[in-house]
Design a protein around this ligand. Structure first.
Ligand code: SF4
Ligand code: SF4
Length: 197
C-alpha cells in the first residue's frame, strides 16, 4: 500500500534575513521593549515572571501544606501525648519522638505522656500530611503556610519540639479550634481516677 507523503517546502530566507543584521536588530528591539517596560513601566503592566525572593514572596494557595507545627494547650504545653501514631504513619521515617511521663503532681500523670523529644527532619519529609491525619489529638498540623527557610547547614532542617511549638498557624494562633478535655475535667470522656474505665 502506497503511503502518502506530504512534502513541506523549506522556506527560503530572504536577502534581508540572509544578512542577519536586520534580524539581530529586530530581536534587540523586542528585548529593549521588554526591558524598558519591566524596569520603568507601571507596576500593573510589567511582565516579570521572577520575584526578588526573599524580600518579595508569592502568596501560597490556602491549601498549601506548610511546615509542621505542634499545637499547644491553653497552658502552653504540647497537645501531643507521645502516642507515636504520626511517626508510625510517616512513610519517610523522619519523625523522632521520645516519650516521657508527667510528674506525679501533674493531673496528667498516669493518663498521658508527653514528648520529651520531638524532632522532624524537614529535609526528609515528603509533605504527604499522613502524620496530621494519623494524630488523634490534633497535636500536629501543617497549616503554617510557611516553607522552610533556605540554609546551608544540615542541622537547621531538624525542627525540634520548641521550634515546632512556637510556629503559629496561618491564623496566628498556637492553639487549635478543636476542644481539648483534660484529665480531671468533668468533660473528659475517657478514664476517671475514681470510676476507672
Ligand atoms: S508530612 Fe508525611 S513525610 Fe512529612 S513528617 Fe508527616 S508523615 Fe512524614
Ligand atoms: S503528634 Fe499526635 S500522633 Fe504524633 S505522637 Fe503526638 S499525639 Fe501522637
Amino acid at each position: 500500500m502506497a503511503i502518502g507523503v506530504k512534502v513541506i517546502e523549506k522556506k527560503k530566507r530572504t536577502a534581508l534575513e540572509q544578512m542577519y543584521v536586520p534580524e539581530i536588530a529586530k530581536g534587540l528591539i523586542v528585548t529593549s521593549k521588554r526591558f524598558f517596560k519591566n524596569t520603568f513601566g507601571p507596576e500593573e503592566k510589567k511582565e516579570i515572571a521572577t520575584v526578588c525572593y526573599p524580600e518579595e514572596k508569592r502568596e501560597y494557595p490556602a491549601r498549601f501544606r506548610g511546615i509542621h507545627r505542634l499545637t499547644q494547650r491553653a497552658d502552653g504545653s504540647p497537645r501531643c501525648v507521645a502516642c507515636l501514631c504520626c511517626s508510625t504513619a510517616c512513610p519517610a521515617q523522619c519523625i523522632h519522638i521520645e516519650a516521657a511521663e508527667y510528674g506525679e503532681d501533674d493531673p496528667r500523670h498516669g493518663y498521658e505522656r508527653y514528648p520529651a523529644v520531638f524532632t522532624i527532619d524537614e529535609l526528609r519529609c515528603i509533605y504527604c500530611g499522613y502524620c496530621v491525619e494519623a494524630c488523634p489529638c490534633d497535636a500536629i498540623r501543617m497549616d503554617t503556610g510557611l516553607h522552610m527557610p533556605p540554609s546551608t547547614a544540615r542541622d537547621h532542617f531538624l525542627y525540634d519540639k520548641d521550634t515546632l511549638l512556637n510556629l503559629p498557624g496561618r491564623d496566628g494562633t498556637f492553639l487549635t479550634a478543636n476542644p481539648r478535655h483534660e484529665p480531671g475535667d468533668p468533660t473528659h470522656p475517657g478514664i476517671d481516677r475514681e470510676k476507672g474505665h
